[in-house]
Each structure stands twice: as structure tokens, then as C-alpha cells.
Design a protein around this ligand. Structure first.
Ligand code: ADP
Ligand code: MG
Length: 751
């Protein structure tokens, strides 16, 4: 595809296939279904269910990496140029896309401890810091790293120590710098070790937050962000800052989540898990298509964060990962189609020159300010010294205010030393001065000390700020020797060569097909027939391929449409259910009130309630809290307060307990058999009044009234109740009833 814009370039897409794992090897003799032509950058996919005559599917990419590929090869060939661009001030993105278990994390991170198996991210760390250490000393660098994760459409800051409890982070858009996450933790890193530590902390946070790490990582997107700011004096003598931002993205597994029997809340959740991924697919389709004006970046958090990387001003590399197992043919084909589409996306990379929000600029300003302060102090103390005793400070006198950093650095130390000496001398002078009062002496000494402390603090701050800046060719010790450096350069050259060769091969292939006819001249009719037959065959097979492709596409469309319809049906059913509840159980005027308060927030894709009280008149409308409410949740009358303090009236309490006991007791058909129970006392009364007998049975079979009242007194004021029982006992005793029985009842109901 020809680029529309001169400065535009397409997204680089490379494909990597992992080796068969042990389980797949043992499960059958079929072998892999993925073949690769490394020279041409082609993937040939065999359908294990199709007849051998059916043409195989071929896809061409910028590069392909088979099961034997080394991490290093992928890095040197496909990633190194991108990181170089980032160091030059471009935005860059690498994302790994593919089914779970196909090697996304292996490619991005790899095995950290084995130098052969280190993935893109550790290699990029090496690359960045080695580059800084080898660059010229007039360059200053500031490297920052952030680590975040998108899980169920929530952005979590993995470097925030209490991220697990914190609310998900928001996204904001700035016309100058694009979409960003406010309040995201970012750590200034001065060395490979430090940035690796940052990565470690984030990885641990990811693992700790998840109950099942495997499931979690296959459903969440991890984004590691590195910002490299570089300042360098330009031809105009002023320092210019370039900012490169690198996104290293390990996406969620691309396989379709089965959503059988899911509805309601669970459906929503299932839709959210892969919302970002399907939105990414839609964005890629819209961009690759080129015709549709609307690109749905806003549909998900991931696509908004990657807005610059897809169709924006970044340089982007996509690594699509495949598994070779026949069982995953469908997923593999989907991944390849996806990757094939992404090839057509055009970006317009541009260097970020002197952005307003460069942190490096702020650092430089702050350092300059501190330096000026130090200089000023030094100058002032010199003045004072000269005034006081006219002593000559030797080196100080011919020094001038210089702006050169290194000079200042040594000067600062010197100044500190001198200052210390001066203070010591002054201190001695003060202690020796017989004429000063002890009090005054003390005060002067205190002043001196304070001054010294201030100077020290200032210097410490200055040093801390400056230590964060990396100066080219200085801060990091480069351990590699010349020979090794040469080796690296050679390796890069080779990688570059391979890449170019492949490009030429691919171009030749395309040209071959187009110009074959033009070059051919036929000496005889027979030859012409042969040649044309050959060509016809070739074209015919191509036609078959395309027909198959169309059929596949159709099938896919039908499939996804059915899926959508099913989802729609489920949602409609859900909606009907909600409507039913609203129509039947919520009064229309209440419904209207609620509806009038609702507003839609397109940013959050959510309905929100407007506040009941308009924000500006909040204070004028809010009534003062009544004095009677101090310490209570709501105003309460004097009478009620006294009642609470007193507890419930004991008279009724006693009755409540009696009720409870009678009510709670299960109907007992043969009370006479049980001599230990309180029944013997009740029997006579039962005999006397048969009506009461009926009452008891009735109330025990339908306990609501008595039960409720007694329950309240027992559950709210259990302690008061127990004291209440004693009074019950007493009174029962007075009445001559059985004490034992009542007692037992009382305790049982207090349980
Ligand atoms: P994903 O992140 O896509 O779910 P992983 O990166 O976790 O997949 O890889 C799954 C397994 O396959 C891991 O055990 C990993 O070591 C192995 N693996 C993946 N790619 C390769 C490769 N290119 N070479 C060797 N092993 C690989
Ligand atoms: Mg993974």
C-alpha cells in the first residue's frame, strides 16, 4: 500500500510461532500446522480438517520467527530500530497479541535470569541505558517508568503500594500530549538495576492481586511505560528537549471467552473482560479499512491509551504469537487475519520536541535555582567575612559566578569545606570571647549552626536532583570492551541487512506476478500455449484461494452475527425484566423524579445522578444540624432519650418474656410425660381453662406478634433484659408460681 503521507509509515507486524510443547507433542503424530518461510517473511497455515487438495493459506509479514528463533534475533531485527527511534524522541509501542499460552509474556519478558531467553523488555532496558552511557557528554537524560494494568475496564497502578484497595484510575486527554493517566506513579530510574526493580515490584503487585495468576494474566492487559527525556544544546546554543515514550504492552489472551449460560450481571462482566480486546479489533479494522471516518477509540480504555500508537504519531510494532497445535487452528487463523489487517494501519510518527510538560526542564530549572541559591550564599558569606575582618580568602577572591555545571559541582564542595572552616573558626572565636555573656554566646552559636544546616540541606537537595539526571557517557559504567561493542554493531548491521533483503524479496515477488507477461516472448505457438496454461493454472489456484477466503469471511461474519444476536436477545430479556419491575413496583412520579435527575456521561459511558442539592447553593440550602442531634444519627426527642437511658419498662419486659416462651415453644402433644419441664405447673391451669389451651397452640403455630416484640427487647438490650429477668423471677415468686420454671425460661430466651 502506498503511503498517503510522506512522513507516514505502516505498523510493523511480525509473527512468532512457539515450539510444540510436551503435551501437544505427545497428543498426536500430526505435528504443527504452521510453516514459515523466514526469507520471504511468510506464514503458511495448514487446515488439519481440510482435504490435502485444498490450498493452504499464506500470509506475508514484515518478519516471521519460527520455533527455533532466538529472543535476540527478534530484538535486533524488529525491536531495536523502534527503541532507537524512542531514544531520538519518537513515541513507540510494541504489543504482543495472541491466544493464551502462545508466548506473549515469553516474548515481552522471557526468562529474566537466562541471558539467552531475556525478552523484549529486559533487552530494551539494556539498550536504553547502554545508549545513554555511550552518548556524548553534552546530553542529559531523564528516564522514568510506570506500570499499569487494565482489568475489567479498570486501570490499576501497579507501582502504587495500595493499588489493590485504590479506585481505578481515570483517563484524560491533553491536546498536546494525547491521552494520559493522571496520578499514575512514575519512578525515575538511573540504571538498569533500578528499572528492573520497578518491573519486579509491578509484576509482584500483579501476582498478589490475583487469586489465579494464570487466569488473571490471560484476562488483563499489562502496560509498561518508559519515558526517555533527552536534553542537548542545539545550534542556537539553547538546550532542546526531546521526549520519547515507549509502551510495552502484553495484551490479554485473544481467545474467545466462552459465555455459555451467562446472563444478567455475569453477562456484563464477561462482556467487560474482553471489551478492550474487541474494541482493539474494531479500531484496527476501521483503520485498516481506511474508508470509515470514525475510529472507535473511545470504546475502551485500552484503545484510548493506544490511540497514538494506532493511526497516531507513534511508531508501532505488533508481535502476533501463534501456537503450532492443530487443535488451535481457528484461533491461529483469527490471529493471522488480525495481524494481516494491522499491517495496513498508517501512522504519522513525529519527534516530540520541547514539549511543555517535560520533567527534565523542570529538573534543570530547579537545579539552576538551587545552584543560584548556593552561589548567593557563598557570595554573601564572603562579603560578610571581608567586612568583618578583611581576611583574604585566597582562591575565593578570583572566582567568578560561573554557570558550568562541573565547575559548580567541585566549587560546591569547596564552598562547603570553606564554610565549615569558617563556622568552626567563628565558633572558637565566640567561645573564647570573654566579654560576651553566656546567653549571647549560646544564641550566636545556635545561629551559626542553623546557617550551616541550611547550607547542607541546600546542597543535599541539589545533589539529589542532579543525581537523577543521567549525563551521556558518564553516569553508567560501560563494562563492555571495544571488541564486544564492535560485535554488537556488526550484529545490528546483519539484522539490518536481513531486513532489507527480505523487503527486496517481497517486492520482487509482487513484481514478478505483475510483469511476467510483459517480459515473455513466444517463439512458437506450442510454447505460448504452455506458458498460458501455466499462468492459467496459477491464476486459477489464486482464484480458489480467494474464494475460500471469501467463504471463510462469510462464515465468520455469520458466526459473529449469531453471537451478537444472542447477546442482544439476552440483553432484551434482561431489559424486559427490569421494565417489569419498574412499571409495577415503582410509582410513576418517583420514576419521573429519578429520570429527571439522570445525565449521561459519554466520557465514562455511564448514567450519573445529578446531585439533589445544586453544588453552588449547597450551604445556603442545607439547614443547620439541630442541637438535639449531637452524637445521634438523627434528631431525637427528649422523651426518647430518657427512654433509651432507662431501658424498656420492666413491666412490659416481663410480659415479653412470658410471651416469648410461650410462642417459641414447639407444640408439645404430651406434656405430662416430661416431669423435669415446667409443665406440671401449667397442667392445672390448662385443665381449668380449655380456652387457654387453644390459645397456646394457636400462638405457637403462628408466632408473629408476641415473637416480634420479645425479639426486639432481647436483641437490642440483652444486658438490660437479663437484669429484667430477676425482677420477673421475684414477681413470679411473690405470686407463688414455680421459680425454677420461670428461671429456665428466662435464660433460654436470653440465648
Ligand atoms: P502467553 O503469555 O501468551 O499466555 P506464555 O508466554 O506464558 O504465553 O507462554 C506459554 C509457555 O510457552 C511458557 O511456558 C513459555 O516458556 C513457552 N514458550 C512460549 N514461547 C516460546 C518460545 N518461543 N520458545 C520456547 N518456549 C516458549
Ligand atoms: Mg501471558
Amino acid at each position: 500500500i502506498m503511503s498517503k503521507n510522506k512522513s507516514s509509515e505502516s505498523v510493523k507486524v511480525v509473527v512468532r510461532c512457539r515450539p510444540l510443547n510436551r503435551k501437544e507433542e505427545s497428543s498426536g503424530p500430526v505435528g504443527g500446522i504452521v510453516q514459515m518461510d523466514l526469507r520471504l517473511g511468510q506464514v503458511i497455515l495448514r487446515n488439519p480438517r481440510a482435504s490435502p487438495s485444498e490450498p493452504q493459506k499464506t500470509f506475508t509479514f514484515d518478519a516471521v520467527y519460527d520455533a527455533n528463533s532466538k529472543q535476540r534475533d527478534l530484538y535486533d531485527e524488529s525491536v531495536r530500530p523502534l527503541i532507537d527511534s524512542v531514544l531520538a524522541g519518537f513515541n513507540g509501542t510494541i504489543f504482543a497479541y495472541g491466544q493464551t499460552g502462545t508466548g506473549k509474556t515469553y516474548t515481552m519478558q522471557g526468562a529474566w535470569l537466562d541471558p539467552e531467553k531475556r525478552g523484549v523488555i529486559p533487552n530494551a532496558f539494556d539498550h536504553i541505558f547502554t545508549h545513554i552511557s555511550r552518548s556524548q557528554s553534552d546530553k542529559q537524560y531523564l528516564v522514568r517508568a510506570s506500570y499499569l494494568e487494565i482489568y475489567r475496564e479498570e486501570i490499576r497502578d501497579l507501582l502504587d503500594p495500595n493499588h489493590s484497595t485504590a479506585k481505578g484510575l481515570d483517563l484524560r486527554e491533553n491536546p498536546e500530549t494525547g491521552v494520559y493517566v493522571p496520578d499514575l506513579t512514575s519512578c525515575v530510574c538511573k540504571s538498569i538495576k533500578e528499572i528492573e526493580e520497578v518491573m519486579n515490584v509491578g509484576n509482584q503487585a500483579r501476582a498478589v492481586g490475583a487469586t489465579d495468576m494464570n487466569e488473571h494474566s490471560s484476562r488483563s492487559h499489562a502496560l509498561f511505560l518508559i519515558t526517555v527525556e533527552c536534553s542537548q544544546p542545539g545550534p542556537d546554543g539553547r538546550k532542546h528537549i526531546r521526549v520519547g515514550r515507549l509502551n510495552l504492552v502484553d495484551l490479554a489472551g485473544s481467545e474467545r471467552q466462552a459465555k455459555t449460560g451467562v446472563h444478567g450481571e455475569r453477562l456484563k462482566e464477561a462482556a467487560k473482560i474482553n471489551l478492550s480486546l474487541s474494541a482493539l479489533g474494531n479500531v484496527i479494522s476501521a483503520l485498516a479499512d481506511g474508508r470509515s471516518g470514525h475510529v472507535p477509540y473511545r470504546d475502551s480504555k485500552l484503545t484510548r491509551l493506544l490511540q497514538d500508537s494506532l493511526g497516531g504519531n507513534a511508531k508501532t510494532v505488533m508481535v502476533a504469537t501463534l501456537g503450532p497445535a492443530p487443535a488451535h487452528y481457528d484461533e491461529t487463523l483469527t490471529t493471522l487475519r488480525y495481524a494481516n489487517r494491522a499491517k495496513n494501519i498508517q501512522n504519522q510518527p513525529k519527534v516530540n520536541e520541547d514539549p511543555k510538560d517535560a520533567l527534565l526542564r523542570e529538573f534543570q530549572k530547579e537545579i539552576a535555582r538551587l545552584k543560584a541559591q548556593l552561589n548567593h550564599r557563598r557570595w554573601r558569606s564572603k562579603q560578610k567575612k571581608e567586612q568583618v575582618d578583611g581576611e583574604d580568602w585566597g582562591r575565593d577572591s578570583d572566582e567568578e559566578m560561573e554557570d558550568e555545571e562541573e565547575v559548580v559541582e567541585t566549587e560546591t564542595e569547596e564552598y562547603l569545606k570553606l564554610e565549615e572552616q569558617r563556622l568552626e573558626r567563628e565558633e572558637e572565636a565566640i567561645t573564647e570571647d570573654q566579654f560576651l555573656l553566656a546567653e549571647e554566646k549560646q544564641k550566636l552559636l545556635g545561629d551559626l549552626r542553623k546557617e550551616q544546616e541550611a547550607a547542607e540541606q541546600l546542597t543535599a537537595k541539589y545533589k539529589a536532583m542532579e543525581s537523577k539526571l543521567l549525563v551521556g557517557g558518564k553516569n553508567i559504567i560501560d563494562h563492555t570492551n571495544e571488541q564486544q561493542k564492535m560485535l554488537e554493531v556488526k550484529r545490528q548491521e546483519i539484522a539490518e541487512q536481513t531486513r532489507k533483503e527480505r523487503e527486496i524479496q517481497q517486492q520482487m515477488l509482487v513484481q514478478d506476478e505483475e510483469t511476467l507477461e510483459l517480459r515473455e516472448t513466444f517463439t512458437s505457438l506450442q510454447q505460448e500455449v504452455e506458458a498460458k496454461t501455466k499462468k492459467l493454472k496459477k491464476l486459477y489456484s489464486k482464484l480458489q484461494c480467494i474464494k475460500a477466503e471469501i467463504k471463510d469471511m462469510n462464515d465468520e461474519h455469520v458466526g459473529s452475527r449469531q453471537e451478537l444476536e444472542q447477546t442482544q436477545n439476552e440483553l432484551t430479556r434482561e431489559l424486559k425484566f427490569k421494565y417489569l419491575i419498574i412499571e409495577n413496583f415503582i410509582p410513576p412520579e418517583e420514576k419521573n423524579k429519578i429520570m429527571n435527575r439522570l445525565t449521561f456521561d459519554p466520557e465514562e459511558d455511564q448514567w450519573n445522578f445529578q446531585p439533589l442539592v445544586p453544588a453552588q447553593s449547597k450551604f445556603s440550602q442545607m439547614k443547620k444540624r439541630p442541637a438535639s442531634a449531637v452524637g445521634y444519627k438523627r434528631p431525637i426527642s427528649q422523651f426518647a432519650r430518657v427512654a433509651i437511658a432507662m431501658g424498656a419498662h420492666s413491666r412490659y419486659r416481663a410480659e415479653n418474656i412470658m410471651f416469648l416462651e410461650l410462642d417459641m415453644c414447639p407444640p408439645n402433644p404430651s406434656p405430662l410425660d416430661c416431669s423435669v419441664e415446667a409443665d406440671p405447673n401449667q397442667t392445672p391451669s390448662l385443665e381449668n381453662s380449655p380456652t387457654r389451651n387453644r390459645d397456646i397452640h394457636k400462638s405457637s403455630s403462628c408466632p408473629p406478634r408476641g415473637d416480634r416484640t420479645s425479639f426486639r427487647s432481647v436483641s437490642i438490650l440483652p444486658r438490660v433484659c437479663r437484669t429484667g429477668f430477676t425482677s420477673v423471677e421475684l414477681r413470679l415468686h411473690e405470686r407463688g408460681e414455680d421459680l425454677l420454671g420461670a428461671k429456665r425460661r428466662g435464660f433460654r430466651s436470653a440465648d
